[in-house]
Ligand binder design. Structure first.
Ligand SMILES: NC(=O)c1ccc[n+]([C@@H]2O[C@H](COP(=O)([O-])OP(=O)(O)OC[C@H]3O[C@@H](n4cnc5c(N)ncnc54)[C@H](O)[C@@H]3O)[C@@H](O)[C@H]2O)c1
Ligand SMILES: Nc1ncnc2c1ncn2[C@@H]1O[C@H](COP(=O)(O)OP(=O)(O)OP(=O)(O)O)[C@@H](O)[C@H]1O
Length: 539
């Protein structure tokens, strides 16, 4: 610190009044020194005025007092901003730790499940009559378990489910079909499984793992249970659902789950549908991912969003049939449903791993109790907008701990790459291949000429905060649903979720994406220029 000193001695030889104002190294004045300065001015003014004292000295002292007050206010403001920043940093660290823990938990659960299944298999090999079948399985497992031929992960998800109401079913083992995933990249052969993302050998930086790979799913045991989700209030969907349920049960011998509403519709059609399974209360939905091998959606993109929203953790592969108007994420045609499902059930199939965003609302009022509201998982986007308010939205945006910008406009969209062709596109964002991991940062009608959309990397946490000086609250909505009020001081934290949504492809993820932007959006449709006309003859 280097104190700057203002000394004055009046012309009558009075005692020297010393007003010191200390200045820290970062150039900001600290509040303690300002307090001393102000006190010194106060003391100076309280001294009995000496006859004939220069009026200028009084004016000067008044001015000095005003300056000291202003400096004190500034320092107080800074201190409170620093305290707030520290608080947010703490919350950010908490969020990061929580995400890491969640990922770790998921990994451990996977490992545990794989180990458990390994044990289960061994026991069954010993005990079961059907030894040969299990022997084959166990051979397959050991092969995939060691990541041969660039194939990752053998995931056998099984759970033992005993139904207490039925003796016959008591010992029934409900099996989830196991599958393996593999992926490839142009130019790579058997060497995909380097785990270093970036290697630095002999001074050359090379990347081994890139995220946009075509992923292929191969069943290791036959799928047995299918969940069908349908768009409500559609006659064509209802008719197709009836045909599909029958075919899956009678021809494919599969267990079929539907939503309670659909079960009622099916029973109204025929009492033969009593074999169709459903759930009684919503808490059972959280266990669905352990029972279901495959999810089929009959509807448009909204039905795919609906299906994804039902799974708050891992999502089984989804086969989306198109019965909507646009169908960006629904590549399968309902007319050919038998052929499509035959080939999906047989495998292998290309899948698109659609990344989701994990969004958490943090209330200012809940500063000290971090665990407040249930997080949301979105497949398309989270939108923060002005709702019914006619004022500009004012949103402070941070990426990890760095300030990004202040959005003044109708709002902001934080989108996945799958959502890049939805609301974000309408707001001027770029279209991005769904397998590119990243967070799109797209303003809605910003009142600024230079606010271009951004794409942020996958590993960041974005924080959107409604500042205290905002004229109105903001509203957050998740895939166009569940609106939440964000009052001044509240914030929304958003990061990449560990559970993507695997959707089956018609061809592969790139082909399907390009088909969608051509057929669905008529992207870059223009009449081809004719050959006749002027041309560069001399080049
Ligand atoms: N101005 C806009 O474009 C706008 C406004 C509000 C919401 N939306 C989108 O609607 C979505 C909710 O869909 P919904 O079906 O429940 O509502 P909805 O019935 O209002 O349909 C919205 C439209 O967006 C299309 N869509 C949805 N996801 C898409 C995607 N990933 N790529 C391309 N198109 C997509 C749907 O096919 C549908 O035509 C939101 O997540 C949001 O992205 C768009
Ligand atoms: N199983 C379901 N239960 C409740 N609501 C659903 C279900 N499936 C879809 N929805 C909702 O119904 C609405 C319309 O669905 P969807 O987008 O699939 O049909 P669409 O509008 O005809 O298709 P498109 O969007 O392609 O034109 C969406 O808001 C979606 O959230």
């Amino acid at each position: 610190m280097s104190p700057s000193k203002l000394d004055s001695t009046d012309s009558f030889g009075h005692e020297e009044a010393s007003v010191s104002c200390s200045k820290p190294e970062n150039g900001c004045v600290d509040s303690l020194s300002i307090f001393h300065s102000e006190k010194a001015v106060e003391e100076l003014l309280q001294q009995t005025p000496v006859a004939g004292m220069d009026e200028h000295l009084i004016e000067f002292s008044e001015a000095l007092r005003t300056v000291a007050k202003a400096l004190r206010r500034a320092a107080e403001g800074k201190a409170s901003a620093q305290a707030e920043a520290a608080e947010w940093k703490r919350r950010y660290e908490l969020e990061r730790t929580r995400n890491l823990q969640m990922e770790q938990k998921a990994r451990m659960a996977e490992q545990f499940s794989a180990e458990k299944n390994g044990d289960l298999d061994c026991e069954r090999v010993k005990n079961s009559d059907n030894q040969s079948m299990l022997q084959n399985e166990s051979n397959e497992h050991s092969e995939t378990g060691c990541m041969k031929h660039g194939i990752w992960s053998h995931e056998v998800l099984r759970d033992r489910e005993s139904d207490s109401n039925s003796n016959a079913d008591r010992n029934k083992i409900m099996r989830k079909a196991s599958f393996k995933l593999s992926w490839w990249c142009n130019g790579e052969n058997g060497d995909q499984h380097k785990h270093d993302i970036v290697s630095f050998e002999r001074g050359n930086i090379t990347t081994a793992e890139r995220s946009s790979k075509q992923i292929s799913l191969k069943w290791e045991s036959d799928p047995q249970t299918v969940l069908i989700l349908t768009k409500p209030n559609s006659v064509s969907v209802r008719i197709l659902c009836v045909q599909m349920v029958r075919w899956l049960r009678e021809r494919k011998k599969l267990n079929v789950y539907v939503e309670p509403r659909v079960k009622v519709e099916l029973l109204a059609e025929s009492s033969n549908f009593s074999y169709v399974q459903t759930w009684k209360d919503d808490s059972e939905i959280s266990h669905l991912h352990m029972k279901v091998d495959l999810v089929i959606t009959l509807g448009g993109d909204g039905t795919v969003l609906w299906a994804a929203s039902m799974f708050k953790g891992p999502v089984p592969p989804i086969v989306p049939f198109s019965l909507g108007s646009l169908g960006f994420m629904t590549p399968f045609h309902s007319e050919h449903f038998k052929d499509c499902l035959d080939s999906v059930l047989r495998g292998p199939i290309s899948i698109t791993l659609r990344h989701r965003l994990l969004c958490r609302v943090v209330r200012d009022a809940a500063k000290n109790e971090y665990e407040t509201e249930e997080p949301f998982l979105v497949l398309n986007e989270v939108t923060i907008d002005r709702g019914i308010s006619s004022y500009l939205t004012n949103l402070e945006c941070y990426c990890d701990n760095s300030f990004v910008t202040c959005v003044q406009g109708d709002g902001l969209i934080l989108s996945t790459t799958s959502g890049s062709t939805a609301y974000s596109l309408a707001a001027g964002g770029s279209m991005v291949h769904p397998q590119v991991p990243g967070i799109l940062f797209t303003p809605i009608c910003p009142h600024s000429l230079s606010f271009r959309p951004l794409i942020l990397p996958e590993h960041v946490t974005v924080r959107i905060m409604v500042p205290f000086n905002s004229r109105s609250p903001a509203w957050a909505s998740f895939d166009g649903k569940d609106r939440k009020l964000l009052a001044a001081g509240d914030a929304l934290l958003c990061s990449m979720a560990p559970w993507p949504v695997p959707t089956a492809c018609q061809v592969d993820s790139t082909n399907d994406f390009l088909r969608s932007i051509h057929d669905g959006l008529h992207w870059n449709l223009r009449k081809t220029q004719s050959f006749d006309g002027p041309r560069d003859r001399d080049l």
